[in-house]
Design a protein around this ligand. Structure first.
Ligand SMILES: Nc1nc2c(ncn2[C@@H]2O[C@H](COP(=O)(O)OP(=O)(O)OP(=O)(O)O)[C@@H](O)[C@H]2O)c(=O)[nH]1
Ligand SMILES: [Mg+2]
Length: 380
């Protein structure tokens, strides 16, 4: 048999691409085979750092020149939630049950081919809900419409995972896809300050006892990730994964809800069993409308909304229509939401409610409000 000729240039390109992916695979296998304990902590850290660095390089390479990926959906309302699930789990049926939208539903996979928005009105809030095509394993790497879907998730405020009652393993796949696309679901950004320096090596300080990392590992991981001169101040007991996240500094932290759909197809004993395995979730039937109100309430809660009521001087507050704001909202943010002139014209505000020390307390722009507060603005 004839030997294959020497590979041409295009083949070479493919080969080097393969090599990086292969490198990641090899390191991942090594990681799987390394038991984690105090003694191997450093080695595990370095392995993880190496994988992270290779991934980052790959991503940079594959996304260079490919701009404008994703659907163009304008954000509207007080917050945006996105439905993420495998094909045919009932995303479109659920969108229709939650909102005024009419997204096409059918019993075959990939019925939805683009991004379809709907509006959920709840507790005076307008919540945008997005229905997108189903995703599968490999979405983060660009399989199917995975990349487009994931780019929409990055702009959302809440993820609603929707899982088929007969196949709860889907949840792990969905979570992994978002993780690989640099999203951290139901996690808080760790309290770590990292400052690059021009010289002086790596300086590590921590304000709490670190039980999952030691100085040597931290330095090795940072070196592996080309942070050779930097000061890091760690204020909580982080893991090596969290350390890598902080170094990469490109993670998006987003809350999520897990919805278990099609519960009308199982009896209560089977449902109990499934619930035990999947953990915290909201069991619904999108088709029969079961538990939809409970889900609406959970969406509202998870979006961290505050209701702020406005009051005119010398009048009763308008308790019918609140202003919908987010947790952490200040008087300044309320002013900005109402009118662009209100901040420069601001004198003081009087507050009634949980954030005031006494009814009608006079407070200034930076004051942080709480749910149900009543606010009376005094302007010049
Ligand atoms: N029994 C039952 N069937 C449901 C439920 N929700 C959706 N279905 C059915 O499941 C099928 C798929 O529903 P869709 O809403 O189109 O699913 P999807 O997740 O939007 O699918 P893709 O757009 O293809 O990703 C349809 O035949 C629905 O009627 C439910 O709660 N119970
Ligand atoms: Mg659909």
């Amino acid at each position: 048999m004839e030997k294959p000729k020497q590979e041409d240039k295009s083949d070479k390109g493919k080969r080097s691409l393969h090599t990086k992916t292969e490198q990641i695979k090899l390191l991942e296998d090594e990681l799987k085979n390394t038991k984690y304990n105090k003694r191997t902590q450093g080695a595990v850290g370095i392995l993880k750092a190496k994988i992270a660095k290779l991934r980052e390089d790959e991503e940079k390479r594959s996304s260079s020149g490919k701009k404008g990926e994703g659907y163009t959906v304008r954000k509207s309302g007080d917050g945006t939630a996105i439905l993420i699930g495998f094909p045919s789990v009932g995303k479109s049926t659920l969108l229709n049950a939650l909102t005024n939208a009419e997204s096409k539903t059918a019993s075959y996979a990939f019925t939805t081919l683009t991004c379809i928005p709907g509006t959920l009105q709840y507790n005076s809030a307008k919540i945008q809900i997005l229905d997108v095509p189903g995703i599968l394993r490999g979405a983060a790497r660009g399989l199917g419409r995975g990349k487009e879907v994931i780019s929409v998730v990055r702009n959302a405020d809440l993820v609603i995972f929707i899982v088929d009652v007969f196949d709860i393993k889907q949840l792990e796949v969905l979570k992994k896809e978002l993780y690989d696309a640099n999203m951290r679901v139901n996690e808080r950004k760790p309290d770590v300050k990292l400052k690059k320096d021009s010289k002086g090596g790596i300086r590590v300080a921590s304000t709490v006892k670190l039980t999952q990392l030691d100085d040597k590992t931290i330095k090795a991981v940072m070196t592996e990730m080309k942070m050779n001169n930097a000061t890091i101040v760690i204020r909580e007991d982080i893991t090596v994964d969290q350390l890598i996240d902080c170094i990469e500094d490109n993670k998006k932290y987003i809350p999520a809800i897990v919805v278990l759909n099609k519960i009308d197809m199982v009896d209560s004993a089977a449902l109990e069993k499934v619930k035990k395995h999947i953990g915290e979730c909201i069991p619904v039937s999108a088709e029969k409308g079961e538990n939809i109100d409970l889900l609406k309430e959970e969406i509202f809660t998870k979006l961290d909304f505050l209701r702020i009521y406005m009051k005119e001087v010398g009048q009763k507050p308008d308790l019918d229509v609140p202003l919908i704001m987010k947790t952490g909202c200040t008087i300044k943010m309320v002013c900005e939401k109402i009118h662009k002139d209100f901040v420069p014209r601001f004198k003081f505000a009087k507050i009634w409610g949980k954030s005031a020390k006494f009814p009608g307390q006079k407070l200034m722009l930076e004051h942080v409000l709480r749910d149900g507060d009543i606010i009376e603005l005094h302007l010049r």
